[in-house]
Design a protein around this ligand. Structure first.
Ligand code: NAD
Ligand code: MG
Length: 388
């Protein structure tokens, strides 16, 4: 029986993780759940799964949750704040930590799980993008297991399990292209948040859905892949594949190309991460290749998706540039969702913040956190002063 902490259990990945776990009650037990502010969903999860700990990061919400749990699940201990997140990520008797908080807020608890040598099921790509080498070093030094849950990286992990790293010549990350793949470029600036987060293939949280529309998601995934698989920027290709059947491919020196295929359903990579090196049933709809008949591919146009190039540039710069890119993107996406800026302003803001980077050679945790804060202030200043 494996004891599990789910960081971000009320989100799209968190909910899917609970679905897979509840299909295998003989294998997994929910030790702790965490959420930010969504009390209604969190309360139901606490009553159904009766974790030992429930962390509601927001303090007011935590007090309300405690009150409401008194009747139905008084045995659940309610914790709050970042301290609560760190506690449940680092518990001695937790085996697996699902890192499914969105954005930079997931960095410290995910790093905490790495320090304690847990198996980390990494959905929270922003944590790795921000901290890169620091995160990978922490994983190695503490014998943690890092299993990517992002579907592309999970696919590559599956395709490289028997490989010698030096035999890989290229990684090809597939991308659906998001909702605006075929939108005339002049219409992009008037796209609304609702149109941007309506993803054609995947049901995901709002931030990653907007990232998919700008394709910053793929940019973050290029950075993520470079750290996970120790592959250079130039050897990571992006390939648009609107059907989202092939989740990524690896080309080897001898010309062989391995790919992982499946219907687009996050329960597959989640189950893989939970069961690895075994496999478990997911009840996901099986792939019918005769029904699909044709697989389509397309190049990602630079003019439509400038965020991919911005991410590659940050990766090339190294230091804290990826943390700065990520922070500027988080602010810009949030402002777009709040209808304060246009869709096309997102990449302009990130580029403008990045053009002000002056010092970024180290990437200690302190440097990462302080440059993250600097980039957020800078992005907000650009929006406030309307220098767009
Ligand atoms: P989501 O918005 O649906 O859920 C986010 C979760 O994080 C929620 O439980 C929320 O309570 C929690 N959270 C938000 N802000 C927080 C804060 N400040 N402090 C603590 N907790 C906070 O997001 P999602 O779609 O489930 O994505 C989660 C992560 O997984 C993201 O990093 C995303 O890039 C990655 N991911 C998601 C998918 C997907 O299919 N949804 C696929 C690949 C990768
Ligand atoms: Mg992905």
């Amino acid at each position: 029986m494996k004891e599990i902490t789910i960081l971000g259990s009320t989100g799209s990945i968190g909910v899917n993780t609970l679905v897979v776990i509840s299909q295998h009650p003989d294998k997994f037990n929910v030790k702790a759940l965490t959420a930010n502010t969504n009390i209604d969903v969190f309360l139901k999860q606490c009553i159904q799964y009766k974790p030992e700990y429930a962390v509601m990061v927001n303090e007011d919400c935590a007090s309300k949750l405690e009150e409401r749990l008194k009747k139905d699940a008084p045995e659940v201990s309610v914790l709050t704040g970042i301290d609560g997140l760190l506690t449940v990520a680092e518990l001695d008797d937790v085996d697996y930590v699902m890192a499914a908080i969105v954005g930079a807020a997931g960095l410290l608890p995910t790093l905490g799980a790495a320090k304690k040598g847990k198996r980390i099921l990494l959905a929270n790509k922003e944590a790795l993008v921000m901290s890169g080498k620091l995160f990978m070093d922490t994983v190695i030094e503490n014998n943690a297991e890092l299993i990517p849950i992002d579907s592309e990286h999970n696919a590559i992990f599956q395709c490289t399990s028997a490989a010698n790293a030096s035999s890989i010549s290229n990684i090809m990350l597939t991308a659906s292209g998001g909702p605006f793949l075929n939108t005339p470029l002049r219409e992009l600036s008037s796209k609304t948040p609702k149109q941007a987060y309506k993803h054609p293939k995947w049901e995901m949280g709002r931030k990653i859905s907007v990232d998919s529309a700008t394709m910053m998601n793929k940019g973050l995934e290029v950075i993520e892949a470079s750290w996970l698989f120790n592959v250079k920027n130039e050897a990571i290709k992006v390939l648009i594949h609107p059907q989202s059947i092939i989740h990524s491919l690896v080309e080897y020196k001898d010309g062989s190309v391995l790919a992982q295929l499946g219907n687009p359903d996050m329960r597959i990579p989640i189950a893989y991460g939970l069961a690895w090196p075994d496999r478990i049933e997911t009840h996901v709809q099986r792939l019918d290749l005769l029904d699909i008949a044709h697989l389509e591919f397309k190049e990602a146009e630079a003019a439509r998706f400038p965020c991919i190039q911005l991410a590659r540039e940050a990766l090339k710069q190294g230091g804290t540039s990826c943390a700065i890119l990520n922070a500027a993107n988080e602010v810009a996406v949030n402002e777009f969702l709040n209808k304060r800026i246009k869709f096309t302003d997102i990449s302009i803001i990130i580029e403008s913040v990045m053009s002000d980077i002056t010092h970024n050679s180290t990437n200690t945790l302190d440097a990462i956190l302080s440059d993250d804060a600097w980039a957020r202030d800078k992005a907000e200043e650009i929006i406030r002063d309307k220098v767009l």
